[in-house]
Design a protein around this ligand. Structure first.
Ligand SMILES: NC(=O)c1ccc[n+]([C@@H]2O[C@H](COP(=O)([O-])OP(=O)(O)OC[C@H]3O[C@@H](n4cnc5c(N)ncnc54)[C@H](OP(=O)(O)O)[C@@H]3O)[C@@H](O)[C@H]2O)c1
Length: 318
């Protein structure tokens, strides 16, 4: 299932509004088929893996990161039917599909055909990998990551406004990789005016994966940008699983005030800025007690001379 999740990661940022599913088919202890959801959301991972396995799929074990679909679509067959037709003997599923059309029917269809099904294998990493799709279905908005590159003392720019560059090339390349995994990217109008950021992906081989660009502004957006008039505008965005917010201080704070940030990516450089621009404006805290218990650390990495810490919002029931 770990290999299936890794395959699914290849589609992240390309499959919306569909999920980035991965699938591995194993027979006699060997992987005979691999697949992941293709750009635009079709073909699905199971269809790709079954085509890869061919006749070797008969009697094999399929590992799928999301419950196979069972609804008819003009864009392709239902994956549960494909698995049955291919003669798969056993299916392991990481997470049930929260799509209201499903209601567990994908698994029921497999079981009705005599396929053994195991649920919940690697549930947590699979949920993380498909957090965009899951959040869109459950909350009606994209999964939102706020990225900040700060000094050790939390500064994002000098008092003069100079902010290029806080972090080193490894951390900046990592940000570009994260951009490639998102469907849309947003900055505040202040950042757009100050930095004229391109917000594209400048990694060899991934240039085509530059996400759609949004600017948070109460005014009209310049050509080439779509405007979002308030953070709550994310509920009206369609076809976006993952949104990356790249600052600045007011835009990031506005998303936090509305409790719309699911993940923080904090790149911290070994420099001090002192009096300058701090990473965040008013996030609407009433007391210090309100600040505690909201974030849990999920990852920590050293990137060149910088450090990346990733935090996830602690939400009830999650
Ligand atoms: N180190 C980093 O990671 C990093 C990242 C990004 C930026 N920066 C730096 O941060 C600085 C810019 O930050 P900033 O705080 O001045 O500007 P900002 O956050 O980029 O943009 C502020 C603008 O966003 C819009 N906005 C904010 N809250 C809003 C809301 N609730 N609803 C609708 N629109 C809203 C407003 O635009 P309108 O006035 O048009 O309505 C506001 O003027 C620059 O120096 C930049 O270099 C650093």
């Amino acid at each position: 299932m770990g290999a299936a999740i890794a395959l699914g990661e290849r589609g992240r940022g390309l499959t919306a509004p569909n999920p980035n599913v991965g699938c591995v088919i194993v027979r006699d202890g060997r992987i005979v088929g691999r697949g992941w959801t293709q750009g635009g959301g079709r073909p699905h991972a199971e269809a790709m893996a079954l085509a890869d396995a061919g006749a070797l799929a008969r009697g094999a074990h399929a590992y799928v990161t999301l419950e196979p679909c069972c609804h008819l679509s003009p864009r392709g067959p239902a994956c549960a039917d494909l698995l049955v037709e291919a003669g798969i003997a056993e299916v392991s599923v990481a997470i049930p599909d929260p799509d209201p059309r499903m209601r567990g029917e994908g698994v029921l269809r497999l079981e009705a055909a005599g396929i053994r099904v195991a649920n919940g294998l690697h549930h947590e990493p699979a949920s993380r990998s498909m957090a965009g799709f899951l959040t869109r279905i459950r909350a009606g908005r994209p999964y939102i990551t706020l990225k900040l590159a700060t000094s050790l003392d939390g500064g994002i720019a000098l008092a003069s406004g100079e902010s290029h560059w806080i972090t080193g090339p490894e951390a900046r390349a990592h940000t570009h990789l994260e951009r490639a995994r998102c469907d849309s990217i947003l900055v505040g109008r202040g950042t757009l005016d100050a930095d004229s950021p391109r917000l594209d992906v400048r990694l060899e081989g991934l240039e085509q994966r530059s996400p759609h660009r949004l600017v948070l502004t109460r005014h009209q957006a310049p050509p080439g940008w779509e405007s979002l008039a308030a953070p709550e505008g994310v509920f009206a965005l369609t076809g976006i699983n993952d949104l990356l917010v790249e600052g600045g201080a007011s835009a990031g704070a506005a998303f936090l005030r509305s409790d719309l940030v699911d993940r923080l990516m904090l790149y911290r450089a070994p420099i001090l800025i002192g009096e300058g621009k701090s990473g965040l404006g008013d996030i609407g805290l009433g007391s210090l007690a309100d600040a505690h218990g909201r974030w849990r650390i999920a990852e920590s990495h050293v990137l060149g001379i910088d450090r990346l810490e990733v935090y996830e919002r602690v939400r009830e029931g999650c």
